[in-house]
Design a protein around this ligand. Structure first.
Ligand SMILES: [Fe+2]
Length: 379
């Protein structure tokens, strides 16, 4: 299906809680809504359809889209939004099929993070499963920083090429996303739960929690120039993790949940103990907090698998491995090696089975560098 000429790419259908956020970067002012069956869901603000936005968001109940297995994206280009008798063009409707996750075995997930502005190479690598892809993870640092709308659209352009608007995705923030002139507006342009970048999601039999470490160095690191307050953010996030555990029956213990995943850009159980021009071991932050997070996640949520990026390596870290410095709650797949100079990318293809996962690392030209069956935790 070709991309409508008024869009930058196909929509991206991202899971948030019990909803999908359908994200759509557009080239011109337009009103946008989604019809599922007889029901319409609008990009609106307190009853006002939004047109003055570069990236639209339409929130739809996951159950409705899963049942319908398709949605119609409808838009009207704005001619002149005057206070009275505003003018817009005729409606344009585009029907998208949608493939909800219905299987409970052999679930194919592709993980991309750290694309750092590349689109073609990570999208090609993510084509590993072809039409058998079930879930696409965009796990942070997809753009190099949050500058222009082009930067903010990078993740959606990759998702467009990989999913065509028809396969569920999960969007997770990376530390580079906190940088640049548009970083403070990130929540406006990305899936989030009431403005928060940490949240849980349900896709078929998969329950997941996004753990967002924010920046990877201390708030007072000179590289941030007084623009960051992630320590407070992580304190609030810890309260959120505890509230998820307090509501386990509606979250990871809910009926129908078979797999429990952690999605975290930063593999926070690793200690990156290196020194550089920013000082002595600038990445060695929050050791106590992250050790505590690993413990409470392990003891309560009992996750099967964690997916991370950030380190620009492709490694499977089993509990007790050299990458496990704080007590991993489960195996961690660290799955992205970008090379922006040569425009190459290695991502991670993960297939969930009953008590194991197949983990494949492959590049944009299909070369497989690793293929392993690992045990899932908590089985
Ligand atoms: Fe990162």
């Amino acid at each position: 299906m070709t991309v409508d000429s008024n869009f930058h790419c196909h929509p991206t259908v991202c899971a948030v809680g019990d909803d999908y956020h359908i994200m759509l970067p557009v080239k011109t002012a337009m009103l946008v809504w989604v019809q599922i069956g007889d029901e319409c869901f609008y990009d609106e603000s307190n009853g006002i359809l939004r047109s003055n936005v570069d990236i639209h968001r339409i929130i739809v109940p996951a159950r409705a889209l899963n049942t319908a297995r398709g949605y119609t994206l409808i838009y009207r280009k704005i001619i002149n939004r005057t206070p009275y008798f505003p003018k817009s063009e005729d409606e344009v409707a585009i029907a998208y099929p949608f493939k909800p996750l219905e299987k409970t075995e052999g679930i194919n997930i592709y993980h991309v993070s750290d694309a750092h502005g590349m689109i073609d190479a990570p999208a090609s690598a993510a084509g590993f499963f072809g039409d058998d892809l079930d879930l696409f993870l965009l796990n942070g640092d997809i753009a190099n920083f949050s500058g222009s709308i082009d930067d903010l659209s990078t993740a959606y352009k990759i998702a467009s090429a990989v999913t065509g608007g028809s396969i569920p995705c999960v969007f997770s923030r990376g530390n580079h996303d906190l940088r640049g002139p548009s970083a403070e507006n990130l929540a406006e342009f990305t899936p989030n739960c009431n403005g928060k970048s940490y949240y849980t999601f349900k896709i078929g039999c998969i329950w997941g929690i996004l753990v967002d470490c924010g920046e990877d160095k201390a708030d007072d690191c000179i590289a941030y120039g007084h623009t960051i307050c992630c320590e407070d953010f992580r304190t609030r996030e810890e309260a959120f993790i505890r509230s998820v555990i307090a509501h386990a029956d509606e979250e990871y213990n809910a009926p129908g949940v078979k797999y429990r995943l952690i999605v975290s850009h930063v593999p926070f159980t690793y200690n990156k103990d290196v020194s550089d021009e920013l000082g002595e071991a600038p990445f060695m932050i929050e050791i106590e907090r992250y050790t505590r997070w690993a413990k409470i996640l392990k003891e309560n949520i009992r996750p099967n698998l964690m997916l991370s990026g950030h380190l620009h390596i492709n490694v499977v870290s089993m509990p007790g491995s050299p990458y496990d410095c704080k007590g991993q709650p489960c195996p961690v797949v660290i799955g992205a090696t970008p090379d922006t100079e040569n425009n190459t990318f290695i991502g991670a293809a993960v297939t969930l089975h009953e008590s194991t996962a197949r983990v494949v690392f492959n590049d944009e030209s299909g070369v497989v560098s690793h293929d392993e069956i690992i045990p899932l935790a908590g089985r």
